[in-house]
Design a protein around this ligand. Structure first.
Ligand code: FAD
Length: 454
């Protein structure tokens, strides 16, 4: 049977892998990963370390057959196809702007060599671009998208191939060295994805609807890391949710449905980016094109380092540095603080997040930022400015989250951590004073908004 190449990208697993199933059905499979400078240059050390980990596990999972090459995939894949005499290169379709451009080039190069480029499935339950309204247009707002996404539905998880034989080359290529990182990042492998998923289902899914907003409880699934690297497919998760929905009622059902809705946000943002590739680093809409921003300066560095003097903001920024991850509620708050208190354009913050997030994903990140900044789809109105103290008091009422990440405030009891300026001993352990007056900066943000309308 003719040999096939499986080019792994954001699908670093073997289970529920439609492209692997398609390749294995055609012949022996050469598993390949290409270290593409264009992507590596945009990834921070944390993501490079996660990738190195994931590839180490993938090589083990492929019985040592995984080939790793560095350079331009449009040159490497035709050469490998010639080396093993493969008739096709199989992939999961890539919907993001860079990946689409790269895949066009690779397809062309393979065409010229007489090798097929076969796309099967994607890293999403529904491939971006497929969910359309009655007129065939994209959805601009989340809620109707999520309903149409549900109506569209998705296939069941792919079966394991009936036979899977790896083919091998002598020169496997070195796995990338993992940069040393201070952040404590999780293991990125298919086994750890499944273990994490089942632990979440058993321990925390039932209370997800309310628990998801409490950063101190830390009960969200943390599956974003695995979805980012494709160590699990979202359809595996959705199929399991469907199984567990049977017989569920009340709060438990509400929680399950809420979790499915969060997965739909990931699909929505990928769909938005598929339709509007310019929105990766630019405003999706021009609604705020005239808004005046400030250049990032010392205050931006204080924000990056978690030294703004606002406990909830600082806790989030320090969690990001310590774990390569931040709770969603605090991602929204820290993003709002940068855009509306420091008046810095969202791409500066989005870049910092992508440099440090192990789940850093251009669609969810950059559209999460745009949601907060009011420049994206489904935008939170620009005039809604998060109050960093009230957010802390509401979502971290006992102050647990802040005490965990800001040791200079660990001596303050309960919710008093959110206002160290009111506590006699608030600054005894070196916590910095506030770098700005939130009330003033909120007014400034609203003035700037007004100015765009004149
Ligand atoms: C400014 C900002 C930046 C963000 N950057 C990223 C990013 O780079 N990568 C990323 O995966 N998510 C990002 N998010 C979305 C969200 O914060 C994370 O997906 C979530 O915190 C991951 O933790 P979890 O897996 O425990 O989430 P859970 O609450 O357990 O949610 C389950 C899954 O649903 C999806 N999801 C949940 N909320 C969102 C959301 N708002 N948007 C898109 N998908 C969502 C994720 O895939 C997540 O893993 C960002 C949000 C904001 C506001």
């Amino acid at each position: 049977m003719p040999r096939q190449i499986l080019w792994f990208r954001r699908d670093l697993r073997l289970g529920d892998h439609p492209a692997l199933a398609a390749a294995a059905a055609e012949g022996d499979v050469l598993p390949v990963f290409v270290l593409d400078d264009a992507l590596l240059a945009a990834a921070g050390d944390v993501r490079r370390a996660a990738l190195a980990d994931a590839l180490t596990h993938l090589r083990e999972a492929t019985d040592g057959a995984l080939v790793v090459r560095s350079g331009d995939p449009a040159r490497i894949l035709p050469a490998l196809a010639a080396e093993v005499d493969a008739t096709a290169v199989h992939v999961s379709a890539e919907p993001f702007p860079y990946g689409r451009r790269r895949d066009d080039r690779v397809r062309e190069a393979l065409d010229a060599a007489g090798v097929a480029f076969v796309e099967t499935g994607s890293p999403y339950a529904v491939t971006p671009g497929r969910v359309r309204n009655g007129s065939g247009d994209r959805y601009k707002v989340f809620t109707p998208f999520s309903k149409a996404w549900l109506d569209h539905g998705w296939r069941a998880p792919a079966d394991d191939p009936e036979t899977l034989r790896w083919c091998r080359v002598d020169d496997l290529g070195d796995l990338p060295a993992a940069p040393a990182v201070e952040a404590d990042i999780p293991t990125v492998s298919e086994a750890s994805a499944l273990a994490r998923w089942h632990a979440f289902l058993d321990d925390d899914l039932d209370d997800y609807d309310t628990g998801r907003d409490v950063p101190g409880d830390d009960t969200t699934s943390r599956m974003s890391v695995h979805l980012k690297w494709g160590t699990i497919h979202p359809r595996t998760m959705l199929a399991e949710l469907e199984r567990r929905a049977r017989g569920r009622t009340g709060r438990r059902m509400q929680s399950l449905l809420r979790y499915r809705t969060e997965l739909a946000w990931r699909e929505f943002y990928a769909d938005v980016l598929w339709h509007a590739p310019h929105s990766d680093w630019r405003d999706l809409t021009d609604a705020l094109a005239a808004l005046q921003y400030d250049e990032p300066g010392d205050a931006f560095v204080a924000w990056q380092e978690g030294r703004t003097g606002f406990p909830m903001v600082d806790a989030g920024m320090r969690q990001l540095l310590a774990q390569g991850w931040m709770h969603n509620r605090v991602r929204m708050l820290t993003a709002s603080f940068l855009v509306k208190d420091l008046h810095v354009w969202w791409p500066h913050g989005a870049r910092h997040f992508l440099d440090h997030l192990v789940d850093g994903d251009i669609a969810s990140n950059n559209h999460g930022w745009q949601w907060t900044a009011g420049t994206g789809t489904d935008a939170a109105p620009y005039f809604r400015v998060f109050n960093p103290v009230l957010q802390g008091q509401r979502f971290d009422p006992d102050g647990e989250y802040v005490r965990r990440w800001v040791p200079e405030l660990a001596h303050l009891p309960g919710g008093t951590v959110h206002e160290p300026w009111k506590a006699a001993a608030g600054y005894d352990h070196g916590y910095p004073e506030r770098i700005l007056d939130h009330k003033e900066e909120r007014a400034e943000a609203l003035d700037r908004l007004q100015a765009t309308k004149r």
